[in-house]
Ligand binder design. Sequence first.
Ligand SMILES: *Cc1c(COP(=O)(O)O)cnc(C)c1O
Length: 404
Amino acid sequence: MKHQSGRHFLQIPGPTNVPDRVLRAIDRATVDHRGPGFQEMSKEVLAGLKHVFKTKSPVVIFPASGTGAWEAALVNTLSPGDKVLMFETGHFATLWLNMAKRLGLDPVFVPGDWRHGVDPAQVEAKLAEDNGDAIKAVMVVHNETSTGVVTRVPEVRKSMDRARHPALLMVDTISSLASIDYRHDEWGVDVTVAGSQKGLMLPPGLSFNAVSDKALAAVKKARLPRSYWNWEEMIAANKDGWFPYTPATNLLYGLRVALKMLLEEEGLDNVFKRHDRLAEAARCAVRAWGLEILCANPAEYSSSLTAVLMPQGHGEIAFRELVLERFNLSLGSGLTKLRDKVFRIGHLGDFNDLMLLGTLAGIEMGLALAAVPHRKGGVAAAMEYLASANSAANKKAGARLGVA
Ligand SMILES: *Cc1c(COP(=O)(O)O)cnc(C)c1O
């Protein structure tokens, strides 16, 4: 492979760029996970995570990709043959469906067009029909990473409450946690699923469940086989800062630094604002190019990524290959039903204005080189938006400090 100077632009919607400080925290001699020091570090990380999920309930950590935490959510709370309500919002919702089927659950899958989030009215209608409370869980993906569409979780919760249905609410936040506002307790979520390699700015390898009291009570009756994913053993060991089996020790040291950056140094609210601003700037560029944003409802736009439809007759695969080859920039691909139809711009994690502008410049030059019909001026539109958004933020900060 030929040498490419400068950093690779990794702008897929996960795994995301890992801050150098986090990499340095991971790069350390192996420690004894039953030895002194480790216990305190674990307790600190487990406590910090609760602030990110906005919960007082336990958050458990598995040495696994996000898919592991999907499985843990199901096997700890459900029994063979249980009905679960799921929605076809995109590729990841469909993968979770396939897992539910393989585990012997009986999913009701509400079809979707891959351009909208879960419709809260449909949640209510499906639950209202379920007289015998056969549905044991409602499972939704908060940020559908294949489409760039966000489901309004608080409205889903309200629909469940209006239907007075006792099902558990499970939410996949793998590509939204620490990028898009999320509140496990306030929104009445029972199981939240997350992973390390997106908004949390870590390499892949950790996944998480935040677990409500109601979900913990469901464990007592749940008969799906579970061993590795057993919450109760994990929570019991975590109380004193231990784990029932070897945790991903070095990643936990990285997590400690990432949590410090998110919670103490930038602050979660500022993290969300930064993501909102960069996402809107990306959309300004797409609109200026005259291309179409896949997400059909502006109230459901994702601040983690933007999926862009290619014009008829132009595939995204060749386009992404050209951009990678020419500019050392990786963009997200079209997944399953969207194969060769959309490319995705990841704008989450350790990311800033100039990284976005570099990404958009690579795309705009790529569109020209690939002769994809578009208008020029996307990067300029994004610059204009970012400059005005920054000056508005500076004025506010100036007012706070009492300067003109
Ligand atoms: C990335 C992602 C997954 C899959 O996570 P893995 O870590 O690859 O197992 C699931 N759901 C969503 C929404 C994702 O973005």
